[in-house]
Design a protein around this ligand. Structure first.
Ligand SMILES: Cc1cc2nc3c(=O)[nH]c(=O)nc-3n(C[C@H](O)[C@H](O)[C@H](O)COP(=O)(O)OP(=O)(O)OC[C@H]3O[C@@H](n4cnc5c(N)ncnc54)[C@H](O)[C@@H]3O)c2cc1C
Length: 310
């Protein structure tokens, strides 16, 4: 007799261009991409995976570059899959990992909760914001986390608190029983979080969101594909200021250009390969280090099997 089967309700695709799923609109293919129907479906999917299948979680790909040679294994796409968002009886917001930051910000304002406005400026998902400790204008994601919900490789749902993580500027690690930090395991992912925001004036919050978005449009190259700030700001300084002081604004490699509008952004001005973008990142890094002695660390994540110097 055959074993009972769980039917998967999501969508599996093969040989998918990741340029469709990252905001830089560049890069290679992934072998398989699964967009679950919902959290229960994703949990079942995890149980069907071969033990050695490499896994990568992707939200809106707004901080991500996949090398031109592509990515082995399966991408789990949370955007459009993990979409629940609700106000809990205790006043916290339960938000699933695939919900965009902008939606969270508007939902909080609608319920007269304030402090989530900064999320509107981050064009990623809540999962990506948790993984990056994304933030802007003096606020960051983990300041609001009460608990997170993670899904393990075996399909088990686990809840964790901020004490289980080492949180810093654009950096999130797990801590072991001795308090030692270690990188977030790639075989488990954030699937949801309970976030707390203060009660306040929702209308004022909506106005703040509007002002924040206008400020972004004025200062960032929003219309051209990019991945936000490429480098973390070094202690006490700004990466954009350093890059600009080295005369690199407008510097181009293939289809990749240091944005003339904001020096810490690299834009795809048309047909950029991942190698163009990565090559430009390295060139900026080398030039800034040679001229100022400061080593800039990338904030964007670059993944993929082989480095292509193309
Ligand atoms: C125009 C622009 C402006 C930006 N401004 C800001 C800003 O002000 N502040 C800021 O912090 N960032 C900013 N960013 C960068 C980016 O939006 C954030 O880092 C965001 O949190 C990434 O979310 P994402 O869903 O797109 O993640 P992705 O780019 O899809 O993934 C980023 C990383 O998170 C991991 N990840 C994604 N989802 C999960 C999950 N559910 N569980 C575990 N790991 C996961 C991925 O594997 C990857 O390593 C900006 C980007 C753009 C394009």
């Amino acid at each position: 007799m055959s074993e009972p089967r769980h039917f998967l309700r999501g969508e599996m695709q093969e040989h998918v261009d990741m340029s469709r799923h990252v905001s830089w609109r560049a890069g290679g293919q992934v072998e398989r991409l699964y967009q679950a129907a919902d959290l229960a479906d994703l949990a079942v999917f995890m149980q069907t995976l071969p033990q050695n299948e490499p896994l990568t979680t992707v939200g809106l790909g707004s901080n991500l570059l996949v090398r031109d040679s592509g990515l082995r294994g399966t991408v789990l796409l949370t955007h459009g899959a993990l979409t629940e968002l609700r106000l809990e009886a205790d006043g916290t917001l339960y938000v699933q990992a695939g919900v965009p930051g902008a939606k969270l910000a508007r939902f909080a304002a609608m319920h007269n909760l304030i402090g989530a406005e900064f999320c509107a400026g981050i064009p990623g998902t809540v999962g990506g914001m948790l993984a990056m400790n994304a933030g802007c204008y003096g606020s960051e994601t983990w300041s609001h986390v009460v608990r997170v919900q993670v899904l393990t490789r075996s399909g088990e749902l686990v809840e964790r608190t901020p004490q289980d993580y080492a949180i810093a500027y654009r950096s999130v690690q797990r801590v072991d029983d001795d308090g030692e930090p270690f990188p977030l395991p790639t075989d488990e992912l954030f699937v949801g979080a309970w976030l707390r925001f203060e009660s306040g004036d929702g209308e004022a919050s909506r106005q703040a969101i509007k002002a924040l978005l206008e400020k972004r449009v004025a200062s960032q190259p929003i219309g051209t594909p990019n991945a936000g700030s490429v480098f973390r700001n070094p202690e006490g300084d700004y990466a954009a200021r350093l890059i600009e002081s080295c005369g690199l604004k407008g510097h181009q490699l293939g289809g990749a250009q240091v944005s003339p509008k904001h020096a810490n952004f690299i834009v795809n001005v048309g047909g950029a390969t991942a190698a163009d973008i990565e090559g430009l990142i390295e060139r900026v890094q080398a030039e800034v280090e040679a001229k100022t002695g400061i080593h800039l660390h990338p904030e964007v994540r670059i993944i993929g099997e082989h480095k292509n110097h193309g």
